[in-house]
Design a binder for this molecule. Structure first.
Ligand code: PLP
Length: 449
């Protein structure tokens, strides 16, 4: 088997996600034969360092023996069983452990099989909770500008990235959009905490005026990942928790991308010392092995659904693969690694190394900002540094960095003109040096002329 044969077969039958397929007339598709550690290898022996953890899912490297072993054991016992009316040990153990490690008060775990579905579960539960409590006017959601929560219609509606959303607008429910506390938007001399303060004032105005019709506010704690890795101060989450409590509105923390250590703590909410009413988890939950997601919530919310059947208050939501035992085993192996190894401590060192390796970019004439939260580092490319004028999107500068990366053995996948690193935690210091060197060369090339 060689790359070209597979590319031809692929392009005659597959339709790839988030891709203008015509690009593949000139942009090579890369069939991967195997993965190990941070590396992906194609059919001609070319290696690519997976600097984006394969869409932010991989935590402990590809084909990690500890996770593979656990899934193999489970595979010989039970591959899948319906989770309505039936149960299994991996789902029970995983729910117990998630309740244990997530912020206090989250005591119930509802499984689904991807991030968007976890968000939809939280939205439906919040809306349904208020109905069950007799508050039938509460039917709207508040989101932050530049947020992203997935692609299914409900999750897309509650996000705010125009590129993914605009075309489908006629299909989407209306949401209320509050300003983002994004620190890139700071004015001269303003701190990230001050931006957060400014943004929360607007949020409070919305809640003060409309709380009677609002179910919940949804946020991506600390980093708006798909929104070009924009970052904000934990103070915002603290103030938002207070505002939601004050106005009687739920807080949904979408930690699908930032959970499991990405931001420097196990969950990003910990940095603000808050507990949400709903927490959505996926991606790193299984170390990127299998599709699984979880929505955690409080007992008080669970109790609002707990009633005689005839009262029709039950949460009748399901997915065929809800709580799949193989996914749960991968998640249990993932949590074992967090328990036995000092992952967060080791990541601190790796995060410092990423910062050191990109320090020189701060003075680059086309780099507006190098920002970092834990194991996520992002480099914002601009046409004009002083005015922060973005490059016209049509120029696809980020794509040039992507191409340079592939030619030099690093999988970088810039979001527009933002180049970022979100590598698996098993990356070595030498591999960080390589990743940064190739990214810097790519940035040089992409910003020339
Ligand atoms: C914050 C956030 N929420 C939800 C999702 C959607 O998850 P999935 O792609 O598994 O549906 C993503 C995916 O990138 C995400 O980053």
């Amino acid at each position: 088997m060689d790359n070209n044969t597979l590319i031809n077969r692929d392009l005659s039958v597959l339709w790839h996600p988030c891709t203008q397929m015509k690009d593949h007339e000139w942009l090579p598709l890369i069939p991967i034969k195997r993965g190990y550690g941070v590396w992906l290898e194609d059919f001609e022996g070319h290696r690519y360092l997976d600097a984006i953890s394969s869409w932010w899912v991989n935590l402990f490297g590809h084909t990690n023996p500890r996770i593979t072993g656990r899934i193999n054991e489970q595979l010989n016992t039970l591959e899948h069983v319906i989770l309505a009316g039936f149960s299994h040990e991996p789902a029970i153990a995983l729910a117990e452990q998630l309740v244990d490690i997530t912020p206090s008060g989250l005591s119930r775990c509802f499984f689904a099989d991807n991030g968007s579905s976890a968000v939809e579960v939280a939205m439906k539960m919040s809306f349904h909770y208020w109905r069950n409590r007799g508050k039938k006017d509460k039917s709207r959601f508040v989101t932050l500008a530049n947020s992203y929560h997935g692609e299914t219609l409900g999750a897309l509606a509650i996000g705010d990235v125009a590129l993914y959303k605009e075309t489908y607008q006629p299909l989407l429910m209306e949401v209320i959009t509050a300003p983002s506390p994004d620190c890139y938007l700071r004015e001269d001399g303003e701190s990230c905490a001050e931006v957060a303060q400014r943004a929360i004032e607007e949020m409070e105005n919305i809640l003060a005026a409309q709380a009677d019709s609002i179910c919940a506010v949804i946020v991506e704690p600390l980093v708006q990942c798909a929104g070009a890795m924009r970052m904000y101060d934990p103070l915002y989450l603290k103030l938002l928790r207070q505002a939601c409590d004050h106005y009687g509105v739920h807080l949904i923390a979408d930690e699908i991308a930032v959970g499991f250590g990405r931001t420097g703590s196990l969950f990003a909410c910990e940095q603000a010392d808050i507990s949400p009413d709903f927490m959505c988890l996926s991606k790193g939950l299984t170390s990127g092995y299998l599709p699984l997601s979880a929505t955690l919530t409080r007992d008080e919310i669970y109790q609002a659904f707990y009633d005689e059947y005839e009262n029709l208050t039950a949460f009748l939501h399901s997915h065929s693969f809800t709580g799949n035992p193989l996914g749960c085993s991968a998640a249990l192996a993932t949590l074992d690694i967090f328990r036995t190894d000092d992952v967060i401590g080791a990541n601190r060192k790796l995060a410092r190394k990423m910062a050191r390796c990109t320090e020189s970019l701060k003075d680059h004439p086309h780099v507006a900002e190098v920002r970092q939260t834990g194991m996520i580092l992002a480099i914002e490319l601009v046409q004009d540094k002083t005015r922060r004028t973005p490059y016209p999107w049509q120029e696809r500068r980020g794509l040039r960095v992507y191409q340079h990366g592939l030619e030099n053995g690093v999988l970088l996948r810039p979001l527009g003109n933002v180049v970022y690193f979100m590598p698996p935690y098993v990356i070595s210091e030498e591999e960080i040096e390589l990743m940064a060197r190739v990214a810097i060369e790519g940035i040089e090339k992409a910003t020339r002329g």
